[in-house]
Design a protein around this ligand. Structure first.
Ligand code: PNS
Length: 162
């Protein structure tokens, strides 16, 4: 049985992430979308909000679980019986960090294999940080995130402004 963990900040989840989840599901029996609760990072959305957002994107799949983790990713993967870490690769700029992370994770947990999927061409430039920035300055993020996420973004940014 292949259990894959798809980790990330997901602040917020984008259509690029959704694309990786949907295609990644074809490669495993169960996919755990694992939201990092890294307290050193200032997130726009709380862990609970990010989890709810992601769950709302996949209401019908009983093979997708959404969870949160802190500490080392490989410890979480082992604790959940996962044998695969799934990561999306966008442009070349992702490669260096992902390469380092995959090797470090492999050193820490040789039995857990990191698998990369190229983000589909239409989303290769989409990142949560760019989405946040565009939305902050009033640009449209329609088509880059699900409509519900777009609404939550608008609400959160209005709250921050007032
Ligand atoms: O979406 P992101 O921010 O690119 O995700 C990065 C994430 C959460 C996958 C990475 O920072 C991570 O694995 N953090 C957990 C701590 C850890 O295991 N660090 C060592 C990685 S080599």
């Amino acid at each position: 049985m292949i259990i894959a963990v798809y980790p990330g900040s997901f602040d917020p989840i984008t259509n690029g992430h959704i694309n990786i989840v949907e295609r990644g599901l074809d490669l495993c029996d169960k996919l755990i979308v694992a939201v990092s609760t890294n307290i050193r990072k200032t997130n726009l959305f709380t862990t609970e909000e990010r989890i709810e957002m992601i769950r709302a994107c996949f209401p019908d799949s009983d093979r997708i679980e959404v969870d949160a983790f802190d500490g080392l990713l490989v410890d979480y993967a082992r604790a959940r019986g996962a044998n695969v870490i799934l990561r999306g690769l966008r442009a070349i700029s992702d490669f260096e960090f992902e390469f380092q992370m995959a090797h470090m994770n492999s050193r820490l947990a040789p039995a857990v294999e990191t698998v990369f999927m190229m983000t589909s061409a239409e989303y290769f430039y989409v990142s949560s940080s760019l989405v946040r920035e565009v939305a902050t300055f009033g640009g449209s993020v329609s088509g880059l995130v699900p409509p519900a996420v777009e609404r939550m973004l608008r609400t959160r940014l209005e709250q921050k402004r007032s």
